[in-house]
Design a protein around this ligand. Structure first.
Ligand code: NAD
Length: 486
């Protein structure tokens, strides 16, 4: 790609498109080709100050603060229509930035409108209450008010979807937002901010700053003008943000990683289980927080079922993520591919058997793309590193179990608790497992379904708090209790 073909992006602060005040930029690299395709500003602390000030001023601006809840809802539904119109273009940008299949980014981009519509619809249903207070001469009522300025921090694997999970409820509730996308995938959120402007959101209601986590991210999460931090990313960054938040007692919600178990019983419908296990781990090259990265399979069918999974894994076609027949794209970044390779090497050195993949493919057609072969490891012990630590890559660890109790024990024995899948035809077992598994989401005979209506989140190393559904509105509002002597 020639230098002139590189797109220069600017941040959005107070309705203006601006470069970083220091003039520095970061490269956005297409992981399928290794080419720099865009540049984004590397925000300074002064830029972050300006963005937070713009958001604070939007909170006081009658153009936003004076809107009725229904009018805010209408802006969000207008935005939904624009996002749906532009979904194909947004998907192409995301595939260019993170290497996910165009099929996958396209499905997500086309779904975004559902989030803006749902939360737009909730905007005028955020109600207080009238507690029947036991003082006869007093009236008490509660109102739910916006928390103020929300810092929304998103990772690179699903940049727009995970930003939307924060923006839609925060804005429905009347907050203003400063959003920071990942330094690897900032372009799509900048484009989305233009759609907010076209939909008629007043300047400063949504600001987008770009830059590194340690730079712009830390300046934002440590900023005294932030009232709530909504973060999706890895546990290391979460700890750094947690320390900064503790210093200022800023409330924060954390959506982090997982080591989710996909549990296949001998009575499962095995074709469906096979498809669910493969999509559970290999979608987005394994780079999803909900990846079903542990296959727990009942000992009686373990050998046969693992062989089916290995055969299907070896047949996965790697290639250009925009080509319709490609089944898996590259890793999103060079450090990410190194982490994946390192985790597989350590697992094999520790006694796991490499049953498929485990290498950087040598196919010349893949050029400088950051590909890693989809990998299956067998003979994995439940307490080993590969069974305990998120890889965030296309690596499936297979662990046999004896019976239901054994499956629950192994599934629950990690520091994470984000999601789990269960494959069985026994409805009682399905309910027992849903009750016994420690995870924020349980899928039975399906995997990966998410919706704006249903709360999503985890506990332990998977984070704290819930996104989506009414619970998201709760996170972005605070209750005021009003007492009136009659
Ligand atoms: P990351 O933690 O490296 O970065 C996430 C975001 O945080 C980026 O925007 C980054 O710039 C920013 N950041 C990093 N350090 C920061 C700091 N000190 N202060 C403020 N901001 C900072 O994560 P990633 O590599 O982009 O994404 C992968 C991780 O995200 C995985 O662990 C994955 O499981 C997790 N994830 C979770 C969910 C979920 O909903 N639970 C969804 C997708 C990804």
């Amino acid at each position: 790609m020639s230098a002139s073909a590189v797109t220069e992006y600017q941040m959005v602060i107070g309705g203006q498109s601006v470069p970083a005040s220091g003039g520095r930029t970061l490269d956005s690299v297409d992981p399928a080709t290794g080419d720099t395709w865009a540049r984004i500003p590397d925000a300074t602390p002064e830029d972050v100050d300006r963005a937070v000030a713009a958001a604070r001023s939007a909170l006081r601006d009658p153009a936003w603060a004076g809107l009725t809840a229904s009018a805010r809802g209408r802006l969000l539904t207008d935005l939904a229509a624009l996002v749906e119109e532009e979904a194909d273009a947004l998907a192409r940008i995301e595939t260019r930035d993170n290497g996910k299949l165009l099929r996958e980014t396209s499905a997500q981009a086309h779904a975004l409108g559902r989030w803006y519509r749902y939360f737009g619809g909730l905007a005028d249903k955020i109600e207080g209450s009238v507690p029947p207070i036991d003082f006869p001469s007093v009236m008490n009522f509660t109102v739910r008010e916006p928390v103020g300025v929300v810092a929304a921090i998103a990772p690179w694997n699903s940049p727009l979807l995970l930003a939307t999970w924060k923006l839609a409820p925060a804005l429905a509730a009347g907050n203003a937002v400063v959003a920071k996308p990942s330094e690897y995938t900032s372009a799509s959120l900048i484009e989305l901010a233009q759609l907010f402007e076209r939909a008629g959101f007043p300047p400063g209601v949504l600001n987008v700053i770009t830059g590194t986590g340690a730079g712009a991210g830390a300046a934002l999460t440590g900023h005294p003008g932030i009232d709530h931090i909504a973060f999706t990313g890895g546990p290391e960054s979460a700890r750094a943000i947690g320390h900064a938040a503790a210093d200022r007692l800023t409330p924060a919600t954390y959506e982090l990683g997982g080591k989710s178990a996909n549990v296949v019983f001998e009575d499962a419908q095995l074709d469906a289980a096979e498809a669910g296990v493969l999509a559970g781990i290999f979608a987005a090259s394994g780079q999803t927080c909900i990846a079903g990265s542990r296959l727990l399979v009942q000992r009686t069918i373990a050998e046969d079922f693992s062989a089916r999974i290995v055969a299907r894994t070896e047949a996965i076609r790697l290639g250009d993520p925009t080509a319709p027949d490609t089944q898996m794209g590259p890793a999103a970044t060079a450090p990410q591919r190194e982490r994946i390779a390192g985790a597989v090497e350590r697992a094999v050195a520790g006694g796991a058997t490499l049953a498929a993949g485990g290498r950087i493919p040598d196919d010349p057609a893949l050029g400088r793309g950051l590909y890693y072969a989809p990998t299956v490891l067998t003979d994995v012990t439940p307490e080993s590193e590969i069974a305990q630590t998120e890889v965030f890559g296309p690596v499936l660890a297979v662990i046999p179990f004896e019976d239901e109790a054994d499956a629950v024990r192994i599934a629950n024995a990690t520091p994470y608790a984000l999601a789990a899948g269960v494959w069985t035809r026994d409805v009682k077992r399905a309910h027992r497992m849903a009750r016994a598994l420690d995870a924020g989401t349980i899928w039975v005979n399906t995997y990966r379904a998410v919706s704006p209506l249903s709360p999503f989140g985890g506990s332990g190393l998977s984070g704290f708090g819930r996104e989506n559904g009414m619970e998201a509105i709760t996170a972005f509002t605070k209750t005021k209790s009003v007492w009136i002597e009659l």
